[in-house]
Design a protein. Structure first.
Length: 427
């Protein structure tokens, strides 16, 4: 029930109470008076119901205020009439008439508000229409905005495999992908590291990407990848080239301090290369006892050797400097090579002589040492092994024939042959 309806019902109730109070005191009065008053009440009720039906919930606030004032006045009149009725005073009828007048005034006030109600109805209808139109426009705008919003591209799997120059997978490679700007609100970046199998697997949006690959010990690489479906990509990282410098080594022979030619040198760096493999070099000294190699910087363990030299170990710290570094100097001991010497013992006619004792002394040119040998009972010829290049002195002493002992020398530089002639004693 609307507030206005309640107001008019309240007015009607108050008037009815006042009328009943008056009738109770004047039951002996003319019937037509009661009927007339009842008719007035009926007419008032009908008018109130009519006004109630015409009124709506959208009544004017000012009219509602006027109705409230009318109710207050009627309430005050009702209180006075009720008091008069209880006292049985003749003023009850006047109060009754006053209540009728108040009811009529209330009806007039209600009638007067009808126009306002109509105006309010029109205003409400207009307002409702405007709100509906605004809501429809807003809904249409939201729908249009939703239709205009860019659609995100599909996602698909990217499997990236990184290997080294030998084709072995590289673990721990840093992967960073950057996509081109897109109208849709999607992530443009991805990244991570390769696993033990050298793989990086991710589901990314279809887009054009720049992918950067980095790992210590390898040259960084950048890939351009158009991702428009599921892809498997394999790429190779090259080992990072280390800075190098010339390493010079000088080798001298300890016997006389001269250059040691033909010394074989093997060097291995203490720290392995970026690929985990040893960093090594080999070289051989020239006639000046010098060897030069271009190798990465670092500390190298060296081994010297060769057929003519004793083994030697050393170490050199090869560091980058602004000035030229003097050669690393090492000294080695020569190992005189062994040579074979064939010794033939013959008589004046060139015939072999049996039963000859052979003694010999070898003096190598490059070593401060001698070597001697002795062979007994040689029958015509024998072969001995002696030290390397040098002067060899051989003495042949016959034991079974009448020949004089004889001595001969040979400058031994390679395999050689020496013939000794024995003279007869004449006996």
């Amino acid at each position: 029930m609307s507030p206005r309806t309640r107001q008019f019902l309240l007015i009607f109730g108050v008037v009815a109470l006042v009328a009943l109070a008056g009738c109770g005191e004047s039951l002996e009065g003319p019937d037509n008076d009661i009927e007339g008053e009842g008719g007035d009440f009926e007419e008032t009720e009908q008018e109130n119901e009519t006004e109630t039906n015409e009124s709506t919930d959208d009544g004017d606030a000012d009219d509602a205020g006027d109705a409230d004032d009318a109710v207050v006045e009627i309430d005050e009149t009702d209180d006075a009439d009720a008091d008069d009725a209880e006292d049985g005073s003749p003023e009850a009828e006047e109060a009754d008439d006053s209540s009728d007048d108040a009811g009529g005034a209330a009806d007039d006030a209600s009638d007067g508000s009808g126009a306002d109600d109509a105006s309010d109805d029109d205003a409400d209808d207009s307002s409702d229409g405007d709100q509906d139109d605004a809501a429809d426009d807003s809904s249409d705008g939201d729908q249009d905005d939703a239709d205009d919003e860019p659609r995100a591209p599909d996602q698909s799997l990217l499997t990236l495999t990184v290997v080294d120059e030998d084709g072995d997978p590289i673990e721990g490679v840093s992967v960073h992908g950057q996509g081109e700007p897109h109208d849709a609100d999607i992530p443009l970046e991805f990244g991570g590291e390769t696993n033990a199998d050298g793989q990086y697997v991710d589901e990314i949006y279809q887009n054009n990407y720049t992918i950067e690959l980095e790992r210590e010990g390898y040259n960084a690489t950048t890939l351009q990848h158009v991702h428009d479906g599921e892809y498997e990509v394999t790429t190779t990282l090259e080992w990072e080239a280390e800075e190098t410098g010339e390493l010079e080594i000088e080798v001298l022979e300890t016997t006389w301090g001269g250059p040691a030619e033909g010394v074989e040198i093997y060097g291995e760096r203490e720290e392995p290369g970026p690929d985990g493999e040893p960093v090594t070099f080999t070289a051989e000294t020239d006639g000046d006892g010098m060897a030069a190699v271009d190798v990465p910087y670092g500390v190298y363990d060296l081994e010297f050797g060769g057929d003519d030299y004793e083994s030697l170990e050393g170490q050199v710290d090869h560091r980058e400097t602004d000035e030229r570094t003097p050669p690393a100097l090492f000294e080695v001991n020569l190992v005189p090579p062994e040579y074979e010497l064939t010794i033939n013992v013959v008589d004046e006619d060139g015939e072999p002589v049996d039963g000859v004792d052979i003694e010999g002394v070898s003096e190598p040119y490059y070593a401060d040492q001698t070597d001697s040998f002795e062979v007994r009972g040689v029958n015509g010829s024998t072969t001995v092994t002696t030290l390397g290049e040098g002067l060899v002195t051989v003495t042949a002493t016959p034991t079974e024939t009448d020949h004089e002992p004889a001595t001969a020398q040979i400058s031994l530089r390679q395999h050689d042959e020496l013939t000794i002639r024995l003279e007869s004693t004449g006996n």
